[in-house]
Design a protein around this ligand. Sequence first.
Ligand SMILES: [Zn+2]
Length: 375
Amino acid sequence: MLIRNARGWTAAGETVLSVRLDRGAVTACGELAPLPGEQVLDLAGDWLLPGFVDVHIHGSGGFDAMRGEADVRGMSRVLRRLGVAAFCPTTMSASPEETRRALAGIEAVRRRPEPGGARVLGAHMEAPFLSPEKAGAQDSAWFCDPDRDAFEGLRGETLVKLITLAPERPGSEAFIRWAAAQGIHVSLGHSAADAETVHRAADWGADHATHLFNAASPLLHRAPGLPGAALTDGRVFCELICDGVHLHRDIVRLAVKAKAPERALAITDAMEAAGLPDGTYALGGAPVEVRAGKAQRPDGTLAGSVLTMPRALHWLIHEAGVDPRTACAMCTSVPAASVGEPCCGRLFPGSPLPLTRWTSGWEMAGVLDEDALPL
Ligand SMILES: [Zn+2]
């Protein structure tokens, strides 16, 4: 299929382009003429964006990555219909047996992708090397010090793209140096670390911060904590939950000014209720009440979100006032780059489908897949 007359960006600025789709990927991009018999979709000047990339997501549409392969497949299908091209299914703190099963399920879908599903890039392990002081909705019973043998015992054969840890825990230096040398991106989070510890962790090889400001030491003017260090250290990508619940919009603006366009990224941190009605759900085996866009434990702790990537982009542009080009990068190319996948989140030959279509007023107008009927 050929998509024509689409608005997009190149390094030189705004442009009108054509994109050819075939066999689940973009195959050409630029000024293209239709091939004989080729289906053509004219976007009439609407924006065409690469597929979303979400590197921190626990569940969606009633599926939860901790439940194993069948649920990761379900997430993969649900996410592609939302315009997500690639994601990192994310684990919660759980017993070693449950963690191993979840990671094996994620790896199974990475190796044998779900037909018609979003691509699994690899796992994001959000536990167990976290601080009990900043557990958030994670079960601190399973937390322990960073340790290569413990990690290897949990992940087995699974490709882990990201691991969240609290760098103040003993053993962090050796683990971070080893993980970074393996190409595993270390993300700092669920941590009470001071700013100096965060900069040292970046010296050791950490290059990512998990849901910045949430479940972390606070930013104070004489003690900038994890957020202050992550925002000012040029080596660190910063995850932001862009749902208007986890972060005030001024905090998102502050983070964008500090880190964009290359180091600020939107995540959903979504749990299974994303895309479903209000009600009682579960995250990491414990109950979560979902009411009016908030997912909370009975004690009021926020427990993941019900955000989707299209809503994150819409919120960034319309509520946080982030310029559209930066906001789009935060939802596509930057998260992809943060886990070493430069081909995702861009309109390049080889980029995975789907793509999304947005009106000139930045409302989503559809998800474009190779078999999509013209809208
Ligand atoms: Zn999470």
